[in-house]
Design a protein around this ligand. Structure first.
Ligand SMILES: [Zn+2]
Ligand SMILES: [Zn+2]
Length: 429
């Protein structure tokens, strides 16, 4: 499987990475790169198609675009901005494409190594893990928890008050379709040190594939009739999205073949923290910057910079005869700025409370595959929920201006008394 379809060669990639060492790319710099260096706002004929078919753009979606003629009405994002009356129509339209994409991805073959088998349903968290979040000790026994469904209609256009968590039955937690029955066995490998990371990864790929298909649908069917600004908007969104997907598939190839991590392709960092059932976490995140020197790790704005995923999961363990929550971080060993990320964070921590705040910041600001215990969430103050929504709004709604904003928020979250997801809920006896 050739997933290495980034169109930069190594020297060019190095150059771009070193450029990013000194500043963030903003929209002006993207204009510059587009004019003198590489096309960003359009797609080159010989470029690998952004739908990840491994064919060139010319032979893939561009061709489909020429073959397809649709009578269907399309409302662009730009029309929606200029005419608020179209907002709900736009949301329903994208929601419809999302549903079509979900169906298409479910029915497409297994994600692993050109396997042509049918996909089987999987859940992100196991039944054992779910027992913890259900919290049998509490009088108010429940099968519900708070989770984030990025494909929910309410996320298509958000405002600052959009509640980002849904209350759902934990037994349907983050159901996804990514691999066939045969490949599902990889996750039962007893020596598989990366098992949980691999599940987080394919669950993430499932979601990114759905959104990618949604962009593909819009480009193939409606691109030709759009104004230039609308075309640019669609292409750059699709490109940025696909850039994450490329990095995820790149990791999938490496991880699925070496789930025991025998070759030490991945390094881990462990944090032993006070035991809590307030949340479960198994996710792949894209931390933007290191916390002291602000060195970039992942740039939201630059669609060519290779993304550097960081895996994070929680598990229960014992240490010094005490129950602990173990938070495990995993990343590819060649990602040196992630080494720096941990070095800088660790140098900031003076006590466990600060590590708890940091993890809380990650759960709230960077994750979308967490489960948050119902009892804990429902004890939060309105003002605290507003802060959580704000984090979320900035993260997804303002990607172009949010990198510095996000780092400041994370910094703030860790300096001041903020939401601590390790804090106990009120005792119910
Ligand atoms: Zn294509
Ligand atoms: Zn398979």
């Amino acid at each position: 499987m050739d997933l290495n379809n980034n169109k930069f060669n190594l020297a060019e990639q190095d150059l771009l990475e070193s450029l990013l060492e000194s500043y963030y790319l903003d929209d002006d710099q993207l204009d510059y790169i587009n004019k003198f260096y590489k096309e960003i706002f359009t797609i080159n004929d010989n470029e690998k198609c952004l739908c990840n078919s491994k064919l060139t753009w010319e032979k893939c979606c561009k061709k489909k675009m020429d073959d397809n003629s649709t009578e269907e009405n399309y409302i662009s994002f730009f029309q929606t901005i200029n005419n608020p009356k179209l907002k709900s129509k736009y949301i329903n339209q994208i929601n419809k494409y999302n549903k079509l994409s979900i169906k298409a991805i479910k029915e497409s073959p297994c994600f692993i190594n050109n396997c042509q088998n049918k996909k089987t349903a999987m859940n992100l968290y196991s039944a054992d893990e779910l027992m913890e979040i259900k919290n049998k000790n509490l009088k108010e026994d429940t099968n519900e928890a708070y989770l984030i469904n990025v494909l929910d209609k309410k996320h298509i256009i958000k405002n600052i008050d959009t509640p980002f968590l849904n209350k759902e039955n934990v037994n349907d937690n983050y159901k996804f379709y990514a691999v066939c029955k045969e490949h599902k066995k990889i996750f039962n490998n007893s020596k598989g040190k990366l098992n949980k990371n691999l599940i987080a990864l394919i669950s993430k790929i499932y979601k990114y594939e759905i959104v990618n298909k949604c962009y593909q649908h819009q480009v193939v069917n409606f691109y030709k009739n759009l104004q230039v600004a609308e075309q640019v908007f669609l292409i750059i969104k699709w490109r940025m999205h696909n850039n994450v997907l490329i990095a995820l598939y790149d990791d999938l190839q490496l991880m699925a073949d070496n789930v025991d991590n025998e070759n030490n392709n991945f390094v881990t960092k462990l944090f032993f923290l006070p035991n809590t059932n307030n949340f479960l976490l198994n996710d792949v995140i894209l931390p933007p910057v290191t916390p002291i020197t602000f060195r970039p790790i992942n740039s939201i704005n630059n669609p060519f910079l290779k993304k550097k995923p960081l895996y994070i999961h929680t598990s229960k363990t014992q240490r010094d005869k005490e129950d602990k929550l173990l938070v495990t971080f995993t990343y590819r060993k060649e990602y040196k700025n992630l080494d720096l990320y941990f070095k800088e964070w660790i140098s900031k921590f003076k006590n466990n409370k600060q590590i708890e705040s940091w993890i809380s910041g990650i759960v709230i600001s960077l994750s979308d595959q967490m489960l948050i215990q119902k009892q804990w969430f429902e004890k939060l103050k309105d003002s605290e929920i507003k802060i959580m929504n704000l984090h979320y709004y900035y993260r997804f709604e303002h990607p172009s201006g949010s990198q510095q904003e996000l780092s400041i928020q994370t910094f703030y979250n860790n300096l001041h008394k903020s939401i601590n997801i390790f804090n106990k809920t009120l005792k119910i006896s």
